[in-house]
Design a protein around this ligand. Structure first.
Ligand SMILES: Nc1ncnc2c1ncn2[C@@H]1O[C@H](COP(=O)(O)OP(=O)(O)OP(=O)(O)O)[C@@H](O)[C@H]1O
Ligand SMILES: [Mg+2]
Length: 326
């Protein structure tokens, strides 16, 4: 079998704070093949963005730190790379689209200048070719009057247009891996669907793999090949999207699925999961979800469940699937 494009092995990322060590990512492992889309979902604060920042090495250090694990990109551990080597990979090989484009764009440079800079760093295109390519890219992401808009500064554009610029910049050098962290949540609902469609189109055109982070399981159902569900810094279930939706194995995944609206039944009352996510500074010894789980037994409170294979390609971290909860 071909080597995976990205292999994250037992990644541990934490933050040193005055209150204590925040274990934001606590032993996360997954792999991504060329052209594959992995959807990563879970409640706010579970460690999705920290996972994305770790892979792209954009984690603020300090307070952030890597405590262990490996991130193999095309077989090379990128955690060991010097910042200079990482800069060559970031943008060219691994590109990131974040939730709030305003914070990722340079406010004092025109759109054209910013995309041209990426092209100048990562490609051998000459100046005239770069300018041409920028206009082509802006047209490609659905920006009207691209030659004119290229001269705009970020604040002169709407949120949806800024996100289109971010996507144009991200795909400008044909990355092998696109990381999209909540790329649509800051946008109006009508614009969200357009941007999501654009991301899918760009992904299909370039054949890049994608790590798509979202709160919205419906987005994952529509876009991803596989899904990973995260809770309190750990993955609790991974499966092909169709298996995850047909046979969710973890009580947390089932809870999340119960809390999405069902098309065609607008009156259906959604069940949210009662209780709260535990404090990542002081995690319980057993399963982090036990205090919110209707099915939890004494074993859940005392012993951390292992990730076990439920079926081919379907893994779950729950005692229910590994000898019982008592
Ligand atoms: N700079 C930081 N200093 C201290 N703690 C941090 C820092 N950045 C993130 N954290 C903590 O790490 C944990 C994971 O945060 P992360 O941003 O990855 O969550 P998330 O899953 O992306 O949530 P959301 O869905 O709200 O974006 C949280 O408890 C957060 O408070
Ligand atoms: Mg986040």
């Amino acid at each position: 079998m071909k080597q995976p494009l990205l292999e994250v092995k037992n990644l541990q990322t934490s933050f040193r704070t005055e209150e204590g060590l925040v274990r934001a990512v606590d032993g996360v492992s997954f792999s991504l093949r060329q052209g594959e889309v992995l959807g990563l979902a879970g409640e706010s604060g579970c460690g999705k963005s920290v996972t994305a920042y770790s892979i792209s090495r954009l984690l603020p250090m300090p307070p952030g730190q890597f405590d262990g694990g490996e991130i193999l990109y095309k077989g090379r551990d990128i955690l060991g790379l010097k910042e200079e080597e990482m800069r060559r990979i970031r943008g060219r090989e691994i590109a990131v689209v974040f939730q709030e484009p305003m914070s990722a764009l340079n406010p004092v440079a025109s759109v054209s200048a910013q995309i041209e800079e990426a092209l100048a760093i990562h490609t051998s295109l000459g100046k005239a070719e770069r300018k041409e390519r920028v206009v082509h890219l802006l047209a490609r992401v659905g920006i009207p009057d691209p030659a004119q808009r290229a001269l705009c500064y970020p604040h002169e554009l709407s949120g949806g247009m800024r996100q289109r610029v971010m996507i144009a910049m991200a795909v400008s050098c044909d990355p092998s891996l696109l990381i999209a962290d909540e790329p649509t949540t800051a946008l109006d609902v009508t614009i969200q669907a357009q941007i999501l469609k654009l991301i899918q189109d760009m992904k299909n055109e370039t054949g890049s793999a994608m790590l798509l982070i979202t709160h919205d399981l419906a987005v994952i159902a529509e876009t991803a090949d596989r899904a990973a569900i995260m809770y309190a810094g750990k993955l609790v279930e991974t499966a092909a999207v169709k298996n995850l939706f047909a046979e969710p194995a973890h009580p947390y995944t089932r809870g999340l699925l119960n809390s999405i609206p069902v098309l065609g039944s607008p009156g259906r009352k959604l069940k949210s999961i009662p209780g709260r996510v535990p404090n990542l500074i002081d995690l319980p010894g057993g399963c982090a979800f036990a205090n919110r789980c209707e099915l939890a037994g004494s074993r859940c409170r005392n012993e951390m469940p292992r990730m076990v294979n439920k079926d081919e390609g379907h893994q779950v971290r729950c005692h229910l699937h590994d000898g019982g909860v008592k």
